[in-house]
Design a protein around this ligand. Structure first.
Ligand code: GTP
Length: 366
């Protein structure tokens, strides 16, 4: 079976991390989000994936040399202008010559949905399109999709005002489509599948179904969700080991390769310590992922946070519920708190405190 994976968005809510790295290539506990998604597709029998690209496309081509991953063939469909979710699906399908039933997924979704059972449901109902639904506590920023008992879609309610949604089952961003749906999407025009194509299909009584499941599901779109994804992967909610080459040195303490951990440092599970990481005496790392080659100085604290690769924390630095980009530096005694993001190579000066701030990527030297 073929799949189109939508990975062309700019990921604006995760800037400045996404200023240099497209969202699907950001690591989730040491493994890029898109790799986790491709492995999930491969495990459910997908053998060819079209990566629907627009923003920073070369990063994907470089990441997957040989146009192959997990024994699946990879095809790149690069848009010159953003085509929105529907336009991108049509363009990708045309580029790859897809003429049969296929799967589509948003490239920022982490899920354990049983894709085979999902396709089976689609076939049993003779649907033109089937949408995966997931239940959330607050659907007010999402697309709510009420259905009849047999799964036929009743309506689309985009971003319902708080307290008005008829249910909290939302469009979870994985679809099975028959090729006839492609004909409903105008070529070379930016259109949205969730806001335009599906509602039109519903109006035309076009056999639109949805399957609600309670599988693990997370849309990794915001700093809060990015940190939540780490907590879930490190906490074993998706698989037993966060990343294949990690060894569990104590319950929930995962380590990759050679590391330099002071015996007077405290590691509180779940944590992932990447290859070449140094953690100095008196430092504390709790519920966090520390990327390869990073160093955590004496008495520094990293709490429920993510450090990408090559990050340096000086003595007494505090990082809590925040994300530090590649080669970022937090100087002595500085604090980075409350969903702050520090861009690649940026410097947080000694003694300063960031609270929910975004520090741009460092300008290139010279
Ligand atoms: P934000 O800018 O933070 O909203 O993130 P985003 O760019 O990822 O947008 P959004 O979360 O709404 O997109 C859902 C999925 O569709 C993501 O996997 C995007 O990469 C993808 N996507 C959004 N717009 C486009 C587009 O115009 N072309 C392609 N190829 N993919 C898109």
């Amino acid at each position: 079976m073929k799949a189109v994976v939508l990975v062309g968005g700019e990921g604006t809510r995760l800037r400045p991390l996404t200023s240099t790295t497209p969202k699907p290539l950001l690591p989730i506990a040491g493994r890029p989000l898109v790799e986790r998604q491709l492995l999930w597709l491969a495990a459910h029998g997908v053998d060819e994936v079209v990566l629907s690209l627009g923003y920073l496309p070369d990063a994907f081509v470089e990441h997957f040399p040989g146009n192959e991953f997990a024994s699946m063939r990879l095809i790149y469909a690069v848009e010159q202008e953003p085509l929105g979710t529907a336009g991108a699906i049509r363009f990708a399908a045309e580029q790859a010559g897809i003429e049969e039933r296929f799967v589509v997924c948003n490239g920022d979704v982490l899920t354990t949905l049983d894709l085979r059972a999902f396709v089976e449901f689609h076939l049993e109902h003779g649907a033109a399109a089937t949408i995966h639904l997931s239940q959330v506590v607050d659907p007010s920023a999402l697309g709510v999709v009420p259905t009849y008992d047999d799964g036929e879609v009743k309506a689309f309610i985009e971003k319902p005002a708080a307290g008005t949604a008829p249910s909290n089952w939302i469009n979870a961003g994985t679809y099975v489509l028959e090729p006839e749906v492609l004909e409903r999407i105008p070529p070379a025009l930016a259109t949205s599948i969730e806001r335009e194509t599906f509602p039109r299909l519903l109006e035309d009584r076009g056999r639109l179904y949805a399957l609600a499941t309670d599988d693990y599901w997370l849309d990794v779109g915001t700093p809060e969700k990015y940190l939540e994804a780490h907590a879930d992967v490190l906490g074993g909610r998706i698989g037993s080991s966060p990343v294949p080459d990690a060894r569990e040195e104590a319950p929930g303490v995962w380590v990759q390769g050679d590391v330099d951990l002071a015996s007077e440092a405290s590691l509180e599970a779940p944590v992932l310590i990447g290859e070449g990481v140094a953690v100095a005496a008196g430092a504390r790392v709790a519920g966090s992922a520390i990327g390869a080659g990073s160093s955590v100085g004496p008495d520094a604290v990293v709490d429920r946070s993510v450090l990408l690769t090559g990050v340096r924390l000086a003595r007494g630095a505090l990082v809590r519920e925040s994300i530090l980009g590649i080669d970022a530096v937090v100087e002595e005694g500085a604090s980075v708190l409350d969903f702050s993001i520090v861009g690649a190579g940026a410097n947080v000066p000694a003694g300063t405190t960031l609270t929910g701030d975004r520090v741009p990527v460092a300008a290139p030297a010279g």
